[in-house]
Design a protein around this ligand. Structure first.
Ligand SMILES: Nc1nc2c(ncn2[C@@H]2O[C@H](COP(=O)(O)OP(=O)(O)OP(=O)(O)O)[C@@H](O)[C@H]2O)c(=O)[nH]1
Ligand SMILES: [Mg+2]
Ligand SMILES: [Zn+2]
Length: 364
């Protein structure tokens, strides 16, 4: 891995409260505390920072210094968020600004955006050297991570099961020259050294990928103990059994926070235009040479992308995947904003109806 791909600076843990640093607290959050008490109504001066480690149907689990509580939902918090906890009421009185937010189109018919995690520094995009491996899927995850302002790293597990792990690595390396790619045999080798550049005190890392690729196995290997259940995959198609069922933030002995997530069945992007641009930066650079600035690279004259395909310097399959992701993202972003607009309009008209009823009642 080139040195340039390693994280340059790790927030100095001694600049902030050490026990909080072990939960991922950095100067970015510390700086937000000043001025809170005056600017936020209902803010308790005794409020203390706590991190959301799990989101349940009706509650959040928050952990802080000498705090481990279940509290009601607040501020649309997601896993990884920092909430200021009022020790008296045991409720959240503020959510800190996020350093990053990973979101996707929620699975299902109605289009809305689902937050997956906040305040993640590094996203380990996990796939395995078997039938799960798929460049198009990896590109999606990498776009998601770029869009969220995190650093993506591709991890290819089960190197022990492949005759040619280097072949998988080479394919994954074609995705982006900004993304480090590692092949690991997590069964027989401790991954701590290979992942050490990212797995540091005060950092927060997240494992994302399909079911059965070995995310929880990695979490357990890094912690040196069983934090999460793991289970064998199906023999016929190498698919996992959805062993992890909810997102949970764990603490590693070295003070790195690590998020284990359930395998995603499908990952649809929404509002990810800039993340997609980051992944396909090479094609965007070439497309800048097309005669027309809005060239669709189909039948336009003097199209640099088509010229690249013709001379073999551009992979037509990659162009197709780029266009497909762009279209999907545009479609989902539009549909999601319509859903929000529809909800707002519905809430407004419902509000009017209620007000009308209240008026009617008062007249009676
Ligand atoms: N041979 C081999 N098996 C591995 C490796 N990493 C994980 N496994 C196995 O893969 C299976 C699935 O691993 P899990 O860690 O449960 O996978 P997961 O990604 O957490 O799956 P979900 O929780 O369903 O999303 C388990 O049987 C692991 O022992 C590896 O590097 N080599
Ligand atoms: Mg798991
Ligand atoms: Zn073109």
């Amino acid at each position: 891995m080139p040195a340039s791909e390693r994280p340059e600076t790790i927030d100095a843990p001694d600049a902030v409260d050490a026990p909080l640093a072990r939960l991922g607290w950095t100067p970015f959050f510390e700086a937000q505390l000043e001025g809170f008490s005056s600017s936020i109504p209902d803010f308790s001066a005794a409020a203390q920072p706590t991190r959301v480690t799990a989101v349940h149907r009706n509650t959040l689990r928050v952990i802080g210094v000498d705090v481990d509580l279940t509290i009601p939902h607040a501020f649309e918090a997601t896993v990884g968020d920092w909430l200021m906890l009022d020790p008296q009421t045991k409720t959240a009185c503020a959510r800190l600004e996020r350093s990053s937010l990973i979101k996707r189109k929620a699975a299902g018919r109605i289009t809305y955006t689902q937050s997956i995690a906040a305040n993640i520094d590094t996203v380990f995009v996990v796939s395995s050297c078997n039938a799960d491996f798929n460049v198009a899927r990896l590109e999606r995850y990498v776009a998601l991570a770029f869009e969220a302002d995190t650093t993506p790293v591709i991890i290819l597990t089960k190197a022990d099961l492949s005759d040619d792990p280097d072949g998988y690595v080479a394919q994954a390396q074609t995705i982006s020259d900004r993304v480090a790619v590692l092949a690991l045999d997590v069964r027989n080798t401790d991954p701590s050294d290979a992942l050490a550049p990212w797995v540091q005190l005060g950092q927060t890392i997240a494992f994302l990928g399909s079911s059965g690729v070995g995310k929880s196995t990695l979490v357990n290997a890094l912690s040196g103990q069983i934090k999460a259940a793991t289970q064998g995959i199906r023999d016929d198609d190498a698919k996992g059994r959805h062993t992890t069922t909810h997102r949970e933030l764990h603490q590693l002995p070295n003070g790195c926070a690590v998020l284990d997530t359930p395998g995603m069945r499908e990952l649809q992007l929404t509002d990810a235009a800039s993340g997609i641009k980051d992944v396909f930066a090479d094609l965007i650079e070439i497309a800048a040479q097309c005669k027309f600035s809005d060239c669709a690279h189909q039948s336009e004259p003097k199209c640099a992308i088509k010229a690249g395909i013709a001379d073999g310097s551009v992979d037509p399959a990659r162009v197709e995947r780029w266009q497909k992701l762009q279209d999907e993202d545009a479609h989902n972003s539009e549909a999601a904003s319509q859903t929000v607009a529809h909800r707002k309009a519905r809430d407004k008209s419902l509000g009017k109806t209620i007000k009308g009823l209240q008026k009617g009642n008062r007249k009676k």
